[in-house]
Design a protein around this ligand. Structure first.
Ligand SMILES: Cc1cc2nc3c(=O)[nH]c(=O)nc-3n(C[C@H](O)[C@H](O)[C@H](O)COP(=O)(O)OP(=O)(O)OC[C@H]3O[C@@H](n4cnc5c(N)ncnc54)[C@H](O)[C@@H]3O)c2cc1C
Length: 397
């Protein structure tokens, strides 16, 4: 039996580390331990992420979580650069999609979400490489962009250490201790047992299998997601990447095509992805990107609207998993057998991590209401599962 801690967090991904950071900010001197099976911070799905952020959600809860976290990231970027670029999100939509989203867009506009509708002539004027085909309009989300997830995760990790938190890498939780009432009271790392007054589980898409070690279930589904990188150092692709007129960075916005494939600008390259709705749920270990998926499911969508990709091929690719929460595609923070579970980030955990971290810290401390980084209050139990107050998200990518 090793020395016990007041709080133990399982998982040093963006949700675990943001939670650790806010716990230590709320309770200076808290004896906190983060355990992570990989070699460093954010090496699970956080590192696999496209790390794009947006506040264009149909659900007011998702909007609040994102808007507050974006406010924090923008503030942070001024004194601790995290590669934040507000390049916007550009949905290229057919008439049928615009009709389907009309009410959602009206709701967002009423709620003050900043976006513009671009007519075909605006699109062709700004994007000469684009073939309009069946496109009817573009939707340009303005409080949206990209950041560097490694730098953001490193910030939280360094602050946790500076505030006296402990982090152990290469440590896999292989089981849990339960007290006489069945409450989780510690973790097992092989033969080593560590007790914790409180245990927080932020194991991303491994939350299900991790809790199954002690016979518990969570309503999340892991689903494989893949990204493909295409160099754009020169020629037509570099021109497309450096498209002026959309943002102050003279970069193409994060662009989503009618079929769901997307282009994410990166350093002298594009990252192409598609959250395939037909992807079977389940964990693939380790997850592999499939060339065939690029050729059959992504490339045709991209080349149809941007023929400049015709002759291009990915130079590298990777895969990870979304930790989906199917009822509403929104994260949850819920007590389970005495532990606190933060999961269900549903493909948007980086952009909401700071808010989820504040909610975890508040729930751990027993607060009913927490102030998020935009100054607005959030009712903590509303993100739980028992008293959940979250409508289904209709604007999923
Ligand atoms: C291809 C792809 C694209 C994405 N794009 C975006 C995007 O554009 N914007 C966005 O906001 N989000 C995006 N996401 C989602 C985002 O990556 C996740 O929501 C976020 O990283 C979740 O953070 P997490 O801390 O919950 O999980 P993770 O980062 O996976 O962290 C969980 C950690 O727990 C550790 N762990 C698991 N089990 C154990 C155990 N038993 N013992 C010890 N440690 C354990 C893991 O090793 C891991 O490091 C994307 C995801 C993928 C896969």
């Amino acid at each position: 039996m090793s020395r016990g801690h007041q709080a133990i967090i399982v998982g040093a991904g963006i949700l675990g580390l943001a939670s650790a950071y806010h716990l230590l900010r709320n309770q200076p001197g808290l004896d906190l331990l983060v355990v992570e099976r990989l070699a460093g911070p954010g090496q699970g799905n956080t590192a696999k992420s496209a790390a794009a952020f947006r506040d264009m959600f149909s659900s007011p809860v998702n909007r609040h979580l994102s808007q507050a976290a974006i406010a924090f990231y923008e503030h942070l970027d001024k004194f601790h650069p995290i590669g934040l670029k507000k390049i916007g999100y550009l949905w290229l939509a057919t008439a049928a999609q615009m009709a389907k989203w009309a009410r959602v867009l009206t709701g967002m506009a009423r709620a003050g979400v900043r976006f513009q509708i671009l007519e075909p002539r605006d699109l062709t004027a700004r994007l000469p490489e684009l073939r309009l085909l069946d496109l009817s309009q573009g939707i340009l989300g303005l409080n949206c962009g990209i950041l560097d997830p490694a730098r953001l995760t490193k910030f939280y990790e360094q602050e946790v250490l500076r505030m006296g938190g402990n982090i152990r890498y290469h440590c896999e939780v292989a089981g849990f201790c339960r007290d006489a009432q069945g409450r989780i009271s510690g973790i097992r790392l092989g033969p080593e047992v560590i007790s914790g007054d409180g245990v927080i589980i932020a194991a991303g898409s491994w939350t299900g299998p991790t809790l199954a070690l002690t016979g518990l279930e969570v309503p999340t589904i892991p689903r494989k997601r893949q990204l493909f990188s295409i160099p754009a150092r020169e020629g037509p692709l570099s021109h497309l990447l450096a498209t002026p007129g959309f943002n102050g960075h003279n970069l193409l916005p994060f662009t989503i095509l009618p079929g769901g494939a997307y282009l994410r600008p990166a350093a002298a390259s594009f990252i192409l992805g598609f959250a395939n709705p037909d992807q079977a749920p389940g964990l693939e270990e380790p997850p592999q990107a499939e060339q065939d998926f690029y050729e059959k499911r992504i490339r045709p969508q991209i080349v149809r609207y941007f023929p400049v990709f015709q002759e291009c091929a990915p130079t590298h690719a990777w895969a990870g998993h979304y930790d989906e929460h199917p009822p509403d595609s929104t994260p949850f923070v819920e007590p389970l057998a005495g532990a606190l579970v933060a999961g269900g980030s549903s493909g948007s955990g980086v952009m909401k991590a700071d808010s989820v971290g504040r909610i975890v810290a508040a729930r751990f401390t027993g607060l009913d209401v927490v102030q998020l980084a935009d100054g607005r209050e959030f009712r903590v139990a509303g993100l739980g599962l028992q008293e959940r107050a979250v409508p289904p998200e209709k604007f999923v990518i």
